[in-house]
Design a protein around this ligand. Structure first.
Ligand code: FES
Length: 163
């Protein structure tokens, strides 16, 4: 089977440090996940997730600080609301919601990180790669492009970015 493409958006302060701890402690974990470090999960625009799928990701994981531990106080609460909504909308874009996972891992939870990444990778392995029909399908492609400033077809306005 061709190599899976898994993308992980991790906050710098907790989950990235947790992943680093798992790595330095040489905990066993699959290597397919490509990590993108962000200041906070509050910076994860849902369009980034759709773009990752459109660009060929087979699964996308977002991980941040536990509720109450965000270094920017409320970033993970905003992320939780946005990403919960996105998860419910994924089928409308032709993407199975199981291909997306949002979780919390602290800087001291190296073992938990290794467990999260192992379970996520195994789940996507069992599902297989996204088919070409799923990726870049007209709805997903159109919504990604609409989100980056394409004029609204009905009004001609460029304010098509969802709130
Ligand atoms: S700093 Fe980690 S989720 Fe906000």
């Amino acid at each position: 089977m061709a190599e899976l493409k898994l993308i992980g958006f991790l906050c710098n302060w907790c989950s990235y440090a947790g992943a680093d701890m798992a790595g330095t402690a040489r905990m066993k974990q699959p290597g397919e996940l490509r990590i993108i470090r962000l200041p906070c999960t509050g910076r994860v625009n849902p369009l980034l997730i759709l773009k990752a799928f459109q660009q060929g990701a087979d699964g996308v994981l977002v991980s941040g600080c536990h509720p109450g531990d965000c270094h920017y106080n409320e970033g993970n609460y905003y992320a939780r609301r946005r990403l919960e909504l996105l998860s419910r909308m994924l089928p409308a874009f032709g993407i199975e919601p199981e291909r997306f996972h949002f979780t919390w891992v602290s800087a001291s939870e190296g073992a938990r990180w290794a467990d999260v990444v192992t379970q996520f990778t195994r789940k996507i392995e069992a599902m297989g790669k996204m088919s070409g029909a799923e990726q870049g399908t007209p709805p997903a492609k159109a919504s990604c492009e609409a989100g980056v400033g394409a004029p609204d077809e009905q009004t001609g306005s460029e304010d098509a970015v969802p709130a």
